[in-house]
Structure formats: C-alpha cells, structure tokens
Write a protein of this length. Structure first.
Length: 152
C-alpha cells in the first residue's frame, strides 16, 4: 500500500500508482451511470485524503461535507452534488478544518484492486468511510456547516 498522505503533503507528492488508480477509478465511476452518481463520492474521498496545508479551504470543506452526507446521512452522490451546488451559491470565508496525519486505511489503489461491479462499489463506500473516520475530530464542525445551509 502506498504511504498515507500527511497533513504537510504538497501537491505532486501523490505516488504515480495512486494517481493512476484515482484516474482509472474516475473513468470507472463516470462510465458507471445510474442515478446514485457514485463518482461524487470518489472525488470527495480523494480530495479529503490528498488535502494539504496549501489546499483551498473550499475544496476541503466540500470534500468533508460530501463524506459526511454519504456516511452520516446516507446521501447518494447526486444528492451530495446538489448540496455542493447549494453551498456554492453563497460566497463566504470557508472554515479551516484540522487535517489528520493518517487519512484512512484505504486508497484509490485498494479500491481499484476490487473487482469491477458490486465489489468495487462496496470498496468505494469502504474507502469513503475510512477517510471520513480519519477526520472524526471535524464531525461537529462539518455538521454545523451543513446545518447552516439547511442541508441537514
């Protein structure tokens, strides 16, 4: 398994294997189709897992909001996408979230190792849960942000 991202990681520190796995996973989920739009979950998990000190606060906020909505509120990817659009309508200063050193036990590489279909889709969910669990100290702040927008 590749090294886990750390809070100080800079762009470009992602291993080529992990970057390739993410791109392959994006191709898989975009071709997947369906009303659930699981591609959104992949984008959010990767963004949260690869966030670093120089990441834009809006990107981290949206990624964590998406993971919260999937894991805690059981939103589909399409519902998360709509929540992101709702949040984007109002300009604001986005909160800074604590970036944990360990970002979960899975990466896109692990997800792509699962057989395409139901097994890989379950692996996507497990990856999202793993990343979300690593951000547990931010749960209350993410919930407050979503509540502020009337999403939860």
């Amino acid at each position: 398994m590749p090294d886990q991202p750390s809070a100080g990681r800079r762009p470009g520190d992602v291993s080529p294997e992990e970057r390739d796995a993410y791109h392959a996973l994006c191709a898989y989920t975009l071709a997947h189709g369906g009303a659930a739009f699981i591609h959104q979950h992949v984008v959010d998990a990767y963004a949260a897992q690869q966030a670093h000190d120089g990441s834009k606060p809006i990107g981290v906020a949206f990624a964590l909001a998406g993971l919260y909505l999937l894991i805690e509120a059981r939103f589909t990817g399409r519902q998360v996408q709509r929540a992101h659009m709702q949040m984007a309508q109002r300009k604001r200063t986005w909160p800074a979230f604590e970036l944990p050193v360990d970002r979960g036990t899975m990466t896109a590489v692990d997800v792509m190792a699962a057989l395409a279909g139901a097994e890989r889709d379950r692996a996507i969910h497990a990856w999202c849960a793993s990343v979300w669990d690593s951000y547990a100290t931010n749960k209350t702040a993410v919930a407050a942000l979503l509540h502020e927008y009337g999403i939860i």
